[in-house]
Design a protein around this ligand. Structure first.
Ligand code: IMP
Ligand code: MG
Length: 178
């Protein structure tokens, strides 16, 4: 897979160190609570598994699907949510875990949906943030790294469902997605 990358943006060591810091920050912020971590599938699954183990609190785990991407590298603006979490999130401190916030449409939609369902609190933790492309008015509460406007893959992030198990985060060579 490495030969398909123009360059490596974030190494596995950089990712691990930052995820540890995020875990410590969440541990402090939610002291005495039992937060509910919701994994927004599929891109955040690797980050999520590492993050929850860096949190030194009792936590609970849930999963949902939400995506505004088709098979292209540009956000479609259409958000598709499959969630049966309504009863589970009521009166809970919820932390939504995302891989990357790009246009922000996906997370804005999920947030407004959840806020109507009686959560006690709601925060967003995104490994990556691409603020230059933001369309929806949404700012993540916890961010691992701000990234430039490049299409990145690895550590859970895909192109057409490929590269999710690449252990670093890289920028794909343009000829791979054009
Ligand atoms: P948004 O709704 O435009 O914020 O899109 C968010 C979703 O698009 C993320 O959860 C990713 O699954 C996907 N996405 C956005 N940018 C990238 C990228 O550079 N690489 C891989 N997936 C991306
Ligand atoms: Mg995705």
């Amino acid at each position: 897979m490495k030969e398909d990358m123009a360059y490596i943006l974030l190494t596995r060591e950089q990712l691990a160190a930052r995820v540890r810091e995020l875990g410590q920050q969440i541990t402090r912020d939610y002291s005495g609570e039992k937060p509910l971590f919701i994994c927004v599938l599929k891109g955040s699954v690797i980050f999520y598994a590492d993050l929850v183990r860096a949190v030194e609190l009792p936590v609970q785990l849930e999963f949902m699907t939400a995506s505004s991407y088709g098979s292209a590298t540009v956000s479609s603006g259409k958000v598709h949510v499959v969630s049966e979490l309504d009863d589970k999130i009521k009166d809970r401190h919820v932390i939504l875990v995302e891989d990357i916030i790009d246009s922000g449409r996906t997370i804005a939609f999920v947030k407004s949906d959840m806020l109507q369902k009686g959560v006690k609190s709601l925060k967003v933790c995104s490994l990556l943030d691409k603020p230059s492309r933001r369309v929806a008015d949404v700012t993540p509460d916890y961010v691992g790294f701000e990234v430039p406007d490049e299409f990145v893959v690895g550590y859970g992030l895909d192109f057409n469902q490929d590269y999710r198990n690449f252990p670093d985060i890289g920028v794909l060579k343009p000829e791979k997605y054009q």
